[in-house]
Design a protein around this ligand. Structure first.
Ligand code: SAH
Ligand code: SF4
Length: 341
C-alpha cells in the first residue's frame, strides 16, 4: 500500500472524491498530517468513522520509524530512520541560538563518490520518495512538540537532491504550501554539487529557495580529483550562470577545507579570481574527519588566514565549524550503516 505522504493535495482529493468523499475532507487530512503533525488517524476528530475506514483501506498511514536518536552536548540530535524496505537514512536536528535547522536527506547514499564524503563512500542505494523526504521533517517536528518559531530546512544530509528532482519538487511543493508544512521558501536551502540544467529548473520552480553550490576547490583540476562529477559537470558554465543570472538571493559557495589539499593562501587567491564578478557568499566548512577516510581537518590558523584574505577582497565569508561532530552528524559524516539489521 502506498504511503499517504506520497500524495499531494490534488491527488489525494481526486482519489477520495472517486470514493464519494468531499474535497474539503482532503484539506482536513492535510491539516492533520502537516499542520497539526498528528499522524494517528484515531485522533482525527473532524473526520467521520466511515471516511476514516475508507482512508485507512486506501493508504499506508505510518511514518517511517525512528530507529535511534543520538544527542550531543550542543543539543544537536541525529535521527537514524528505518525506511519501509529496511534501508536506513539519517536526518539531523540542529539547535541554533534562536532557531532550529533540519538537515534532511534526499537519497539513500550517494552515487557521486566525492573523495572526502562518508555518504559518497557508502555508495548509492536509491532515491527517497517524496513521502520519505516529508516524513523526515514530520519526525523532527514531532520531536520539537509545540515549537512554533523559525525553522530552517537544509538539504545537506545524505544524497544529491538535484539527482532526485521530481520527488524533491513534489516534497517541496508540500513543504512550502500553507495547506502543507508551511515553511517559507527563503528558509530552505538546497545544496548541490552541480547540475546546471537542474539548478535552472529549481530556480524556475522555486525562485526564492536558496542554493548552495559545493565548490570545494579553487580550480577545475583539483575539483575533479575531489569530486569526480566535475568531469561531467565542469564548474565554468555553472559559475557563468551564477555570474549572469539575476537572482533573488546571492548564491552560497561551500568550500570544505581539507588540510594540505585546498587550504593554502594560494588557493584563496585562486578562489578570489574564480569567483570575481559573482554576487555570492562563501561558506568555509573545515573538514569533519571520518574514520574511513584519510583526509584531515585544517589548522584553525590556516582557516583564519584563508577566510581573512577573501574577506579583505570584499567577500562575505562565513566559517562554519560544524555542530554534531561528537555524534558523527556533521556535514559529510552521515553514513547510516545500511546492513539490514
Ligand atoms: N550532495 C549535496 C548535498 C549534501 S552534502 C552536496 O554535495 O552539496 C552537504 C555538504 O557537506 C557539501 O557541501 C559537502 O561538500 C560537504 N561535506 C561532505 N563531506 C564533508 C566533510 N567530511 N566535512 C565537511 N563537509 C563535508
Ligand atoms: Fe554526494 Fe554531496 Fe557527498 Fe559528494 S558531498 S558524495 S555529492 S552527498
Amino acid at each position: 500500500m502506498n504511503s499517504i505522504y506520497n500524495y499531494n493535495l490534488e491527488e489525494l482529493s481526486t482519489i477520495l472524491t472517486e470514493r464519494g468523499i468531499k474535497p474539503f475532507v482532503s484539506n482536513q487530512i492535510f491539516g492533520w498530517l502537516y499542520n497539526k503533525i498528528e499522524p494517528d488517524i484515531n485522533n482525527w476528530s473532524n473526520i467521520s468513522n466511515t471516511n476514516k475506514e475508507i482512508i485507512d483501506s486506501l493508504f499506508d498511514l505510518n511514518l517511517d520509524k525512528v530507529e535511534k536518536v543520538e544527542k550531543d552536548s550542543s543539543g544537536t540530535k541525529k535521527f537514524l530512520i528505518r525506511l519501509q524496505d529496511d534501508l536506513l537514512i539519517e536526518s539531523v536536528l540542529i539547535k541554533e541560538s534562536d532557531h532550529y535547522t533540519f538537515c534532511i536527506s534526499s537519497q539513500v547514499g550517494c552515487a557521486l563518490q566525492c573523495a572526502f564524503c562518508a555518504t559518497g563512500k557508502m555508495g548509492f542505494f536509491r532515491d527517497l520518495t517524496s513521502g520519505e523526504i516529508l516524513s523526515q521533517i514530520i519526525l523532527l517536528k514531532k520531536e520539537l512538540g509545540d515549537y512554533k518559531r523559525k525553522l530552517n530546512l537544509v538539504f545537506m544530509g545524505m544524497g544529491e537532491p538535484l539527482l532526485n528532482y521530481d520527488n524533491l519538487k513534489k516534497a517541496l511543493s508540500i513543504i512550502i504550501a500553507d495547506t502543507g508544512i508551511n515553511i517559507g521558501q527563503r528558509n530552505i536551502t538546497i545544496s548541490t554539487s552541480g547540475f546546471l540544467g537542474k539548478i535552472k529548473q529549481l530556480e524556475e520552480d522555486f525562485p526564492k529557495i536558496k542554493i548552495s553550490f559545493s565548490l570545494n576547490s579553487s580550480n577545475q583540476e583539483n575539483r575533479e580529483k575531489l569530486m569526480p562529477i566535475s568531469k561531467k559537470e565542469p564548474v565554468k558554465p555553472i559559475l557563468n550562470y551564477f555570474k549572469t543570472k539575476k537572482r533573488q538571493f546571492r548564491v552560497t559557495f561551500e568550500y570544505v577545507m581539507i588540510k594540505g589539499v585546498n587550504d593554502s593562501l594560494e588557493d584563496a587567491l585562486k578562489l578570489n579570481k574564480l569567483l570575481s564578478g559573482i554576487s555570492c557568499k562563501i561558506n568555509i566548512i573545515p573538514y569533519n574527519e571520518n574514520k574511513s577516510i584519510s583526509f584531515k581537518s585544517p589548522e584553525k590558523k590556516k582557516v583564519e588566514k584563508f577566510s581573512d584574505s577573501l574577506f579583505k577582497k570584499g567577500y562575505t565569508v562565513m566559517v562554519r565549524w560544524s555542530k554534531g561532530k561528537e555524534i558523527n552528524s556533521a556535514c559529510g559524516q552521515l553514513s547510516a550503516d545500511n546492513r539490514q539489521v
